[in-house]
Design a protein around this ligand. Structure first.
Ligand code: UDP
Length: 358
C-alpha cells in the first residue's frame, strides 16, 4: 500500500490538510501520516486547528522554531530526508508556498520519492517575495501540481508543464473552498459591533519595513473612526507592532480558530487583508475585500470586481472605492468545493498507471 506523507507546518496548511486527510481516509489504496515541521506552534495557530478540524496527531513534529528562514529550510530538509528514507512506498504531499513546502520538496527529491504539490501555478512574477521563490521551486520539483484555478493551470502550461516539463499539471479546485463549505461557523468570543471591517495582516512584505506597518496601522486607526475595525492579530504582527512601538486604536483580537474566523467573515461588512487564504475566503463569503499586496496572489478575485489592491499608504482612500465595485461572486473561480475528491481520484489513477508500467 502506498503511504501519503502530508508535510505541514502552518495554519493554512492545517486547513487544507484537514479536508484532504478526511477524503483520503476513504481510500483502500493509500495509507497516510502527518509530518509537522513546527513552523506554527502556539496553541491558537496550531493545536486549536488540529482539535476543531479533527486532524489526527502528527506522527512526528520537528519543532523547528527560532531559526532563520534559510536555516529552517536546510534543517527541515535534512530532518525530512532522514524520515523519508525510513518509509517504504512513500509519496510526499506538500501544500502552498511556505518554507515547509520547499524543504519537503527538496527532501523528497533527494531520496527520489514522488512529490505532489497542491496549489501549483500561482505566479505573481515578483521574485522578491519568499512565497514566489518557494512556489517556483516546488512546482518545478513536483511530479504532480494540483491547481486551484484555471489561471494557475494556464501559468503552468505556458511554462511547459505537461510537455517540455514532465510534471503533471491538473485543475482540481481549491481545498480551502472544500473546507469553507464543510465547516460550520462558530461563536464569536469577543462580541463586535453590528458593522465592522475584518482585517488580517501578516505578510513579510508588510512587516519587515517599519514604514509599511506604520502606514497600515495608521490607516486602520483612521478607518476605525468611521467604521469599527477588528483584527485577529498574527503573532508575527504582534511582535513587529511592539518592536516598532506602534499604537493600535482599533480592536485587536488574539488569533481565532477556523470556525470563529468563518463567523467573523460572515458578519463583517468587508475585509482588509494581505492573506492568500483570507482573500479567497472573503470571495467565498461574497464579501468585498481590499488586498494589501503589490502583487496579489489571486488576481482572479480582482478581475471579477470583488476586490481591490492597495498599497500600504492608501487604505482609507481605497476602502471607500470598494463601494463602487460591481462584483461577480458567481464565477466559480476556485471550483465547486470538490477539490479533495478530484485529487484523490487523480492520485488513484496516476499511481495505478505507474504500478502497471513498472
Ligand atoms: N485564520 C484563522 N484565524 C485567524 C486568522 C486567519 O483561522 O485568526 C484562517 C483564515 O480563515 C484562513 C487561513 O487562516 O483560512 C489563512 O491563513 P494565513 O492568513 O495565516 O496564511 P495565508 O493564507 O496568507 O498563507
Amino acid at each position: 500500500m502506498k503511504k501519503i506523507l502530508h508535510i505541514v507546518g502552518n495554519r493554512p496548511q492545517f486547513i487544507k490538510l484537514a479536508v484532504l486527510y478526511k477524503e483520503m481516509s476513504t481510500s483502500n489504496e493509500f495509507s497516510q501520516a502527518i509530518i509537522h515541521t513546527g513552523q506554527h506552534f502556539s496553541y491558537e495557530m496550531n493545536e486549536l486547528f488540529f482539535k476543531e478540524l479533527d486532524i489526527p496527531e502528527p506522527v512526528i513534529n520537528f519543532n523547528l522554531q527560532h531559526v532563520s528562514a534559510n536555516q529552517f529550510i536546510g534543517i527541515a530538509a535534512d530532518a525530512l530526508q532522514e524520515y523519508f528514507l525510513k518509509e517504504e512506498h512513500a509519496i510526499a504531499f506538500v501544500y502552498g508556498d511556505t518554507n515547509t513546502t520547499l524543504a519537503a520538496a527538496i527532501a523528497a527529491k533527494r531520496v527520489n520519492i514522488p512529490l505532489v504539490h497542491f496549489e501549483g501555478g500561482v505566479r505573481t512574477g515578483d521574485n522578491s517575495m519568499p512565497e514566489e521563490i518557494n512556489r517556483l521551486l516546488t512546482d518545478r520539483l513536483a511530479d504532480i501540481n494540483y491547481c486551484c484555478t484555471q489561471q494557475n493551470l494556464d501559468n503552468l502550461l505556458a511554462e511547459g508543464y505537461g510537455t517540455a516539463i514532465k510534471a503533471v499539471p491538473l485543475l482540481t479546485g481549491d481545498l480551502m473552498l472544500d473546507a469553507f463549505m464543510q465547516v460550520e461557523p462558530g461563536i464569536i468570543q469577543h462580541p463586535l459591533p453590528g458593522a465592522y471591517v475584518l482585517c488580517t495582516i501578516h505578510r513579510a512584505a508588510n512587516l519587515q519595513h517599519k514604514q509599511h506597518l506604520r502606514n497600515i496601522i495608521d490607516g486602520l486607526n483612521e478607518l476605525h473612526k468611521s467604521i469599527p475595525v477588528a483584527m485577529p492579530v498574527h503573532p508575527h504582527t504582534q511582535k513587529k507592532v511592539q518592536e516598532y512601538g506602534l499604537d493600535i486604536h482599533f480592536t485587536g483580537l488574539p488569533p481565532v480558530g477556523y470556525r470563529e474566523m468563518k463567523k467573523l467573515l460572515q458578519d463583517c461588512s468587508y475585509v482588509i487583508t494581505d492573506s492568500g487564504g483570507t482573500s479567497r475566503e472573503a470571495y467565498f463569503m461574497k464579501k468585498k475585500s481590499l488586498i494589501i499586496m503589490d502583487k496579489p496572489f489571486w488576481p482572479e478575485i480582482i478581475e471579477a470586481g470583488c476586490a481591490l489592491q492597495t498599497d500600504t499608504g492608501n487604505i482609507v482612500k481605497n476602502s471607500a472605492l470598494l463601494d463602487s465595485l460591481q462584483p461577480d461572486f458567481d464565477g466559480k473561480i476556485f471550483g465547486s468545493g470538490n477539490a479533495a475528491k478530484n485529487i484523490l481520484q487523480h492520485l488513484h489513477s496516476f499511481f495505478a498507471t505507474k504500478t502497471q508500467r513498472h
